[in-house]
Design a protein around this ligand. Structure first.
Ligand code: ZN
Ligand code: ZN
Length: 314
C-alpha cells in the first residue's frame, strides 16, 4: 500500500514539474508549445482560407473548446490521469507477477529500424482507436460520454480536443496491453503524437482539404465533417467515418460515407437541445444521467408529465 501512495505522490510532483517546465521552457520536443503552435497555425489557415466563409473567426464555443483542449492535453493528467495510470500499471504488473509473468513483450521491436517501429506503433495504435471509437458510438453507456464531442455545432480546430476525460481513460486502457506486448508505450514516440495532433486539428478545421489520392489513407476535414453530421443515413444509424488519424480502416471495412461535400450540413445528434452547455455540466452529465436517467431528456419528462396528468384525471 505504501508503495502505491508513494507512486501517487511522485506522479503529482513529477507531472507538476513537467507541466511548469513545458510551459516556461520552449523547445523542439515540447508538447505545450507544439500544441500552441499547431493551434495558431491551423487557426490562421481557417482565417485566411475558410471553407464556410460565414463562420465567425471566434466561432460558437471557441473558448469552451480551447479550455477542453488544454484540459484534456495537460490538466487532466495533472489532476488524475497520471497518478491513476501509474498506479494501474504497477498494480497490473504486480498482478502478472502473481502468475510469474515478468513482462508482456511478445514481439521484440528494438532491433527494428526506427521508421519500422514508428510505423508499427502508429498503425496498431490507430487501428485500436478506430475500434474504440466505433464502440463509443455502439454501446449506449459509452455514447453518453462521447456525446460531448458530438455536441459541436460549428467545426474549428479546437473541437478536436473537446471530449469527455473518460475517453482518455477508455482509449488508453484499450491501447495499453497490445502496445505493451509489442514492447513500447504510447508516449515513447513524440513525432507520432504530434503528427496525430496535427491531423486531428485539421480534421475539425473550417478548411476544404482532402489531400488528393491520400484521402484513402488520411482522415480529412470533409470526411470527418460527415462523422459529425446530425442526419445519419437510415442504414447507418450508429455512425460513419470512425477514422481518427487514418481513413484507411473506414475504406477497408466499409464504414466510409461521403455522399457530397456537405459544407453546410447541420452537426450534432438528436435531442441535442437538451444537452448541457458548459464544461462542468457537460463532464458531469453522463454520471448524473446514469443515476437519474431521464432528467436531461426533456421529451421524456414531458411524456411522463402527460401520463401523470392522464392518471390524475382518471
Ligand atoms: Zn464519434
Ligand atoms: Zn470529431
Amino acid at each position: 500500500m505504501e508503495k502505491y501512495i508513494k507512486i501517487i505522490l511522485d506522479s503529482y510532483y513529477g507531472y507538476w514539474n513537467y507541466l511548469v517546465n513545458e510551459m516556461f521552457y520552449p523547445s523542439w520536443t515540447n508538447y505545450f508549445w507544439w500544441l500552441l503552435g499547431l493551434s495558431v497555425g491551423v487557426w490562421l489557415l481557417e482565417i485566411f482560407f475558410p471553407w464556410r466563409k460565414k463562420q465567425a473567426i471566434f466561432r460558437k464555443d471557441f473558448w469552451l473548446d480551447g479550455f477542453y483542449m488544454f484540459f484534456n492535453y495537460f490538466l487532466f493528467s495533472l489532476i488524475a490521469y497520471n497518478a491513476i495510470s501509474n498506479v494501474a500499471v504497477e498494480a497490473f504488473n504486480d498482478f502478472l507477477g502473481i502468475f510469474g509473468v515478468e513482462n508482456l513483450v511478445a514481439l521484440q521491436v528494438e532491433s527494428w529500424p526506427r521508421w519500422g517501429q514508428f510505423l508499427l506503433l502508429f498503425l496498431v495504435a490507430d487501428f485500436i482507436q478506430w475500434n474504440v471509437h466505433r464502440l463509443l458510438h455502439r454501446v449506449p453507456a459509452l455514447w453518453e460520454f462521447h456525446k460531448v464531442h458530438h455536441s459541436v455545432e460549428e467545426m474549428g480546430f479546437a473541437a478536436h480536443l473537446r471530449f469527455h476525460w473518460m475517453e482518455t481513460i477508455i482509449y488508453k486502457t484499450a491501447q495499453y496491453i497490445p502496445l505493451a506486448m509489442i514492447g513500447f508505450g504510447l508516449e515513447d514516440f513524440f513525432i507520432v503524437h504530434i503528427f496525430a495532433t496535427a491531423i486531428g486539428h485539421l480534421n475539425h478545421a473550417n478548411l476544404r482539404i482532402t489531400y488528393g489520392p491520400l484521402k484513402y489513407i488520411l482522415n480529412n476535414p470533409i470526411m470527418h465533417l460527415w462523422h459529425h453530421v446530425k442526419a445519419l443515413p437510415k442504414d447507418r444509424k450508429y455512425g460513419v467515418n470512425y477514422g481518427i488519424t487514418l481513413s484507411l480502416w473506414d475504406y477497408l471495412f466499409g464504414t466510409d460515407y461521403i455522399p457530397h461535400e456537405g459544407r453546410d450540413e447541420a452537426l450534432g445528434f438528436d435531442g441535442m437541445e437538451a444537452f448541457p452547455k458548459t464544461f462542468w455540466t457537460q463532464v458531469s452529465y453522463p454520471f448524473v444521467k446514469q443515476k437519474n436517467k431521464d432528467r436531461f431528456n426533456t421529451p421524456q419528462v414531458v411524456d411522463d408529465l402527460r401520463k401523470a396528468t392522464i392518471k390524475v384525471k382518471k
